[in-house]
Structures are given as C-alpha cells and as structure tokens.
Ligand binder design. Structure first.
Ligand code: DQA
Length: 149
C-alpha cells in the first residue's frame, strides 16, 4: 500500500498562531508542517501538506488522495460542522482517515459538538493542541501498517 499521506487543513488555519491564540496556541501552520514532516520521515511516510479556505479544494485533494494515498489526516476546521461534500469525498476514500481538532470542540459552543467527518473517521483527536497532528500521524502509520499485513 502507498506510504503517501495527505494532511489537509480547512479554513482559517492559515492564521494559526495569530488567530485566537488562547484557543489555538502560538504555533503557526508552518511550524506544524515542519514538525509533521520530521515525524513523517521518521515513520517512513511521504507527506502532502495542504491548507485551503475553499471547500472544493479540500474535496479535490481528497479525490487526489483517492488515487494515490494510503491515508488522510484532516482538520476540516469549520467545514467539520456542515460539509456533506467533504464527508461524501471521504466516504469515497478507501483507506484510514484521522480527524484532528486543535481545540477540544466538545468544551466549546454547541454547534461545534457535531461533526459530519466523525461519522467517517477511523479516529478523532481533539484538544491536544497542535500535538494532535503528530498523534494522528502516528496512529495513521499504525493503521496503514496493520492494513498492509
Ligand atoms: C477546529 C475547531 C473548529 O470548530 C473550528 O471551526 C476551527 C478549528 C480546531 O482545530 O480546533 O476552525 O477544527
């Protein structure tokens, strides 16, 4: 199976480090990408790291992953709570999917408690700050290894 992993980030995550740091922390998305790349190398994974504020771009990347990747880590950000399009795209992807939220969405407003993506995800990580991305990659690597054997 492919060792290629797509790590996808939804809207406003380009502002990570500047946006509501009391909720999302001070690390930037570039910091997250650097740490994820280092871990991916350690885990023997090839990483495609993307962020978009546009729903269709995320859908297109999931379609691309469908053709080439062995797993997806996704923080759909606000799309989590209303995007049936992203859920449908993930349902057409046959390999493991891990959903990440930097904040603990369950401790926040009611509208953040429901996730369309969670109905598809093999695992969900929330409230671990940006460390959640690294935990997600480790879990994904394990699931990919199990699937390959
Ligand atoms: C988020 C939580 C979402 O509710 C929010 O819309 C985001 C980020 C998180 O990482 O904690 O933009 O996905």
């Amino acid at each position: 199976m492919s060792r290629l992993v797509f790590l996808l980030n939804g809207p406003n995550l380009n502002l990570l480090g500047k946006r509501q740091p009391h909720i999302y922390g001070h690390e930037t998305l570039a910091d997250v990408e650097r740490d994820c790349r280092a871990l991916a190398t350690e885990l023997g994974l090839e990483l495609r790291f993307h962020q978009s504020n546009r729903e269709y771009e995320i859908v297109d990347w999931i379609h691309e992953a469908r053709e080439s990747a062995g797993g997806i880590v996704i923080n759909p950000a606000a799309f989590t709570h209303y995007s049936v399009a992203i859920l449908d795209a993930l349902n057409a992807f046959d390999h493991p999917v891990i959903e990440v939220h930097i904040s603990n969405v369950h401790k926040r407003e009611e509208f953040r408690h429901h996730s369309f993506v969670s109905t598809r995800a093999d695992g969900v990580i929330a409230g671990f700050g940006t460390q959640g991305y690294l935990l997600a990659l480790r879990r994904l690597a394990r699931l990919m290894d199990e699937k390959a054997t």
